[in-house]
Design a protein. Structure first.
Lengths: 326, 374
C-alpha cells in the first residue's frame, strides 16, 4: 500500500477508469491544458488526448447538459465543476435532466455519469466560494451523493461512481486535497456506494461525521478517550444512498449520538440523519440526538469569523459531553 | 412599430441611435401571399416521388387528427395535466424529420406529439401515454410533456424551456465521439432562444463541430408573450452568426421548404460534422396549452394565419399538380381518422400503471446493502 494524498488518489482513479473504458471521458474548465484548477486531473490530457480530456468554456449549464445528453446514448461522462459553487448554474440540468431521465422515460434512458469537484468550505474565499451543497443534491431521488474523507475512500468511491449507471454527485473537500493516507494498489480497488465506514470503534457515544468533519471527529474522539468517553466515529461516505443500518447498529450500542457537519443546519443532512434515528431507534436513545453544524450564515472572509463559522474539535467534544450528560 | 424606447420621446438623438442598431431582416415568410406560396411549393415538388409526397401528407394529417382527438379527450377529462397541441405547425416536424434516418436522434420540448409520431412512434403508444396508461411510451410516467422511445431515437419530450438544447448538443457530441455519422435534430420554440442554454449550446456546437441541427419553431408566441415583446434582436437566424453557425430562415407553413432546408443542414452535419440553426417561421392555431384562453391575440390574426394552413396548402398542391385526387386524399383522411380512433380505444382499454411502478426506474443500479436507504 502506498501513502498518497487525496488529490493523487482521485487522479489515479480517473486515470485507471479512463484506461479501462473508452466510453469514459472527462470535461470541465481547465481540466486539460492547465492540468486542473486543483491539479486533480494532472497528466490526463497528455495520456488520453484532447478527445477524452476536454477543456470547456465557462458554461456550466451547457456542459452539464451536454454530458447528460451524451450519457443518454451510451457515453460515461465525468463532468468536473471547478468548484461545486459553480454547479448552481447547472442545477437545472443536474436535477431536471440527469436525476429524472430514467424515471420519466419509463426506464429507457439511464444516465451513467459523474459530476465531481471540490466543495464545502475553502480557505478565506468568503460567501460565494465557500459552501456545502450536499443537502440540495441529496434531496433528489435519482441522484447519488458521495463525500469521501480519506485517500482510500476517495479512490475506491470515485472508481465505483464512474462504473455506476446512475448520475453521481461526487463532492471532494477543497481543504482536504493534501491529506495523506494509505491506498491499496489494486487496480480494481472499489468501495461500494451506500456503505458506511466505522472509522473508530467505541462504546459510549456515536459521532456521525462526513467529509471535513471526519478528521475532526477522530481528534475529538481521541481527546474524549482521555476524559473517559469512548466514541464510535461513523463516516457514511455516501449521503444518498445512506447506510442508515450501520448508524442504527451503533446507536443501539452507544445510545447517544452527535451528528457533525460543516453545512448549514437548516434542512440539512444532519437533520435528516437525526430524523431517521428518531424513527428507527427512539427507544434506544438516552439523550436527544445533537447536531453540530456550520453557522447559519453566509461564509465570512475574516479569518477569525471564518473559524467561528466552521465547527471545530472543541464543539464536537462539547456536544458529546452534552449527550453523555457530563 | 408603435412601441417606443423609454427615452425616445425626450431625445431624438437617442431615437436615431436605436434605429441604427436595428438589423434589417427579410420580411417574414408569413407575409408572402397564399398564391405566391402555392407557386413556390409547386416548384419544390419537382423531383419528389409520389410515394414520398403522399407519406408527408399522411403524416401531417395524422398529427392534425391526433391533436384534434387529444383536445377532445382532454375536454372529457381523459388526459390530465398540461397538453400543448401542435395544430398549425405540422409542416415543421413532419418536413424536418422526413429527411433523417431511423438511427438519427430527435429531441424537442413539451409540444412533442407530432415529433414522436414523425419519428416512428405509434399513435397507440403516444395516446396511451397521454391517457397515463401502462402501455404508454414512457409507461405512463412521463405524460404529454415527456415522451421517449429509445428504439426509434426519440429522446424526449423536455418541459423546462430550453432544457433539451444542451442535451441534444451532448447527443451529437456522443455521435461524433463514437465515430458514427448519426445526426441530431433539436427542436425548440422561439422563446427558448432567450435562455442561456441556447447560447451556451450553439457556442459549444460550433466550437467542437457537432452534428446537431437546431430547429427553432418560431410560432411568434411564448405562451401569451409575443416575440416582439420579448426579444431585442428579432431575426433569430442572425443569432447563428454570433457563433459562426450556418443559419437560415425557413417557411414553416410549407412542408417541402422545411424538408429542403433540413436536407441541406443534415448533409452539412453528416458529411462535415457541422451544426446549423434553422429559424422556421410558423404559427400555432390553438392556445399555448389546453388551458389557454388566448386573449393576447385577435381572431383576425389567427384567421390570417389559418389561410396559410400547411395542410390546406399541401392539399391544394397535391391536387393541382395531379399528384393525388381529392377523392384519394379524402380516403386517406378516413384511414387516418380510423387510426386515431383506434389509438383512443387502445388507450382507453389499456391498464393503469401498476402501483408498484411508483418506485421503479429511479435508479439503474440497485442498492448494494439492504441496510441503506435512498
Ligand atoms: C424555464 C421555464 N420557464 C417557464 C416555463 C413555463 N412555460 C412553458 S412553455 C412557455 C413558453 C415557451 O414558448 P416557446 O419556447 O416559444 O415554445 P412554444 O410553446 O411556442 O412551442 C413557458 C413560459 C417553463 N416550462 N420553463
Ligand atoms: Mg413559441
Amino acid at each position: 500500500m502506498a501513502v498518497i494524498t487525496i488529490r493523487e488518489a482521485l487522479n489515479q482513479a480517473l486515470r485507471e477508469e479512463l484506461q479501462r473504458d473508452k466510453n469514459v471521458f472527462l470535461m470541465g474548465e481547465e481540466v486539460a491544458a492547465y492540468q486542473g484548477a486543483y491539479k486533480v486531473t494532472k497528466g490526463l490530457l497528455e495520456e488520453f488526448g484532447p478527445k477524452r480530456v476536454i477543456d470547456t468554456p465557462i458554461t456550466e449549464l451547457g456542459f452539464a447538459g451536454l454530458g447528460v445528453g451524451a450519457a443518454m446514448v451510451g457515453l460515461r461522462p465525468i463532468v468536473e465543476f471547478m468548484t461545486w459553487n459553480f454547479s448552481i448554474l447547472a442545477t437545472d440540468q443536474i436535477i431536471n435532466s440527469a436525476a429524472k431521465m430514467l424515471y420519466m422515460s419509463g426506464g429507457q434512458f439511464k444516465i451513467p455519469m459523474v459530476f465531481r469537484g471540490p466543495g464545502g468550505s475553502a480557505f478565506q474565499v468568503s460567501s460565494q466560494h465557500s459552501q456545502a451543497l450536499e443537502s440540495w443534491y441529496a434531496y433528489f431521488p435519482g441522484l447519488k451523493v458521495v463525500m469521501p474523507s480519506t485517500p482510500a475512500d476517495a479512490k475506491g468511491l470515485l472508481k465505483s461512481a464512474i462504473r455506476d449507471d446512475d448520475p453521481v454527485i461526487f463532492i471532494e473537500q477543497e481543504r482536504m486535497y493534501g491529506q495523506k493516507g494509505e491506498v491499496p494498489d489494486d487496480e480494481d480497488f472499489l468501495i461500494p456506494l451506500g456503505v458506511a465506514d466505522v472509522k473508530r470503534a467505541g462504546t459510549d457515544a456515536t459521532i456521525v461525521a462526513r467529509s471535513l468533519m471526519v478528521p475532526l471527529a477522530l481528534k475529538a474522539a481521541e481527546e474524549l478517550e482521555k476524559q473517559g468517553v469512548s466514541c464510535e466515529v461513523i463516516d457514511p461516505r455516501t449521503i444518498r444512498p445512506l447506510d442508515i443500518g450501520t448508524i442504527i447498529k451503533s446507536v443501539k450500542k452507544t445510545n447517544r449520538v452527535v451528528v457533525a457537519e460543516e453545512s448549514h443546519p437548516f434542512c440539512g443532512v444532519a437533520g435528516e440523519i437525526s430524523a431517521e434515528i428518531n424513527e428507527r431507534a427512539f427507544d434506544y436513545l438516552d439523550a436527544p440526538v445533537r447536531r453540530v453544524s456550520g453557522a447559519d450564515v453566509p461564509m465570512p472572509y475574516a479569518k477569525n469569523l471564518e473559524n467561528l463559522a466552521i465547527p471545530g474539535v472543541e464543539q464536537i467534544i462539547a456536544a458529546v459531553r452534552e449527550v453523555a450528560y457530563l | 412599430m408603435s412601441r417606443q424606447t423609454p427615452n425616445s420621446a425626450s431625445s431624438s438623438e437617442a431615437k436615431g441611435r436605436a434605429a441604427a442598431a436595428v438589423i434589417e431582416a427579410e420580411p417574414p415568410a408569413s407575409e408572402a401571399s397564399v398564391e405566391a406560396r402555392k407557386a413556390e411549393q409547386k416548384a419544390r415538388i419537382k423531383g419528389l416521388d409520389r410515394e414520398t409526397l403522399i407519406e408527408l401528407y399522411y403524416q401531417m394529417l395524422l398529427v392534425r387528427r391526433f391533436e384534434e382527438k387529444s383536445a377532445e379527450s382532454y375536454s372529457m377529462g381523459k388526459i390530465g395535466g398540461f397538453c400543448h397541441l401542435y395544430i398549425g405547425q405540422e409542416a415543421v416536424a413532419i418536413g424536418a424529420i422526413s429527411v433523417i434516418r431511423r438511427d438519427d436522434y430527435v429531441l424537442t420540448s413539451y409540444r412533442e406529439h407530432a415529433h414522436a409520431l414523425a419519428k416512428g412512434m405509434t399513435a397507440d403508444s403516444v395516446m396511451a401515454e397521454l391517457y397515463g396508461k401502462a402501455t404508454g411510451c414512457s409507461k405512463g410516467k412521463g405524460g404529454s410533456m415527456h415522451m421517449f422511445d429509445k428504439r426509434v431515437g426519440f429522446l424526449g419530450g423536455h418541459a423546462i424551456v430550453g432544457g433539451q438544447i444542451p442535451l441534444a448538443t451532448g447527443v451529437a457530441f456522443a455521435s461524433k465521439y463514437q465515430g458514427t455519422d448519426q445526426v441530431t435534430l433539436c427542436f425548440f420554440g422561439e422563446a427558448a432562444v432567450n435562455q442561456g442554454a441556447f447560447h451556451e449550446s450553439l457556442n459549444m456546437a460550433q466550437l467542437w463541430k457537432l452534428p446537431c441541427i437546431y430547429i427553432c419553431e418560431n410560432n411568434q408566441y411564448g405562451m401569451g408573450t409575443s416575440l416582439e415583446r420579448a426579444m431585442s434582436l428579432k431575426d433569430i437566424s442572425l443569432k447563428a452568426r454570433a457563433y459562426e453557425l450556418a443559419g437560415e430562415i425557413v417557411d414553416g407553413m410549407d412542408v417541402l421548404a422545411v424538408r429542403e432546408a433540413t436536407e441541406r443542414a443534415v448533409a452539412r452535419a453528416r458529411k462535415e460534422s457541422l451544426p446549423t440553426l434553422l429559424e422556421v417561421r410558423t404559427y400555432r392555431f390553438m392556445g399555448h396549452s389546453m388551458s389557454d384562453p388566448g386573449n393576447y391575440r385577435t381572431r383576425a390574426e389567427i384567421e390570417h394565419h389559418q389561410e396559410r394552413d400547411p395542410l390546406k396548402l399541401f392539399f391544394a398542391t397535391l391536387v393541382e399538380t395531379e399528384t393525388a385526387s381529392e377523392k384519394e386524399l379524402a380516403d386517406l383522411d378516413k384511414r387516418v381518422r380510423e387510426e386515431v380512433a383506434q389509438s383512443v380505444r387502445f388507450a382507453d382499454e389499456s391498464p393503469e400503471p401498476d402501483p408498484a411502478e411508483l418506485y421503479t426506474d429511479i435508479y439503474a443500479n440497485p442498492l448494494v446493502s439492504s441496510e441503506a436507504v435512498y
